[in-house]
Design a protein around this ligand. Structure first.
Ligand code: SF4
Ligand code: SF4
Length: 134
């Protein structure tokens, strides 16, 4: 339990905790896990360092905000194994590791078919439908 709390606090140290403006708030697994472990989302145990990655709004249906990504890989897996497309994968290393497309093409221009399977499996606010944000 102590290890799980520390792992979560480290993850939260690089997560933009902005639940009040996040479309996933209320159904976010990060919120649920924090509650379960008794960890405050705005924990100050570790210094906050945010990756400040560009948000991709190029797809007409959804937004990809890599700053909120927890690198679980579920979107990559569903795109590859269920949809059979393999449009997205992990790119870069260390602190800049992120879900991206071949050649970093924006999702609006990549081979994405807008099937929304990745949005359905994303546990946090990294992949969310656009219309909910308006
Ligand atoms: S992804 Fe979850 S924890 Fe992060 S800002 Fe959105 S609701 Fe809050
Ligand atoms: S499913 Fe969401 S949190 Fe997990 S790797 Fe994909 S974008 Fe990131």
């Amino acid at each position: 339990m102590r290890l799980a709390r520390t792992a979560l606090e480290l993850l939260l140290a690089s997560h933009p905790v902005d639940c009040a403006h996040c479309l996933k708030s209320g159904s976010c697994e990060l919120q649920s896990i924090a509650k379960h472990l008794g960890v405050k989302l705005k924990t100050k145990r570790f210094a906050k360092i945010l990756p400040e990655l560009a948000v991709d709004t190029s797809n007409p249906l959804f937004i990809h905000d890599p700053n909120k990504c927890v690198l679980c890989g579920k979107c990559i897996r569903v795109c590859q194994e269920k949809v059979g497309r393999g449009v997205i994968g992990f790119g870069y290393r260390g602190f800049r590791r992120m879900v991206t497309t071949f050649g970093d093409e924006p999702l609006g221009r990549a081979l994405c078919q807008d099937c929304s399977e990745c949005i359905a499996v994303c546990p946090v606010g990294a992949l969310v439908f656009k219309e909910k944000s308006q």
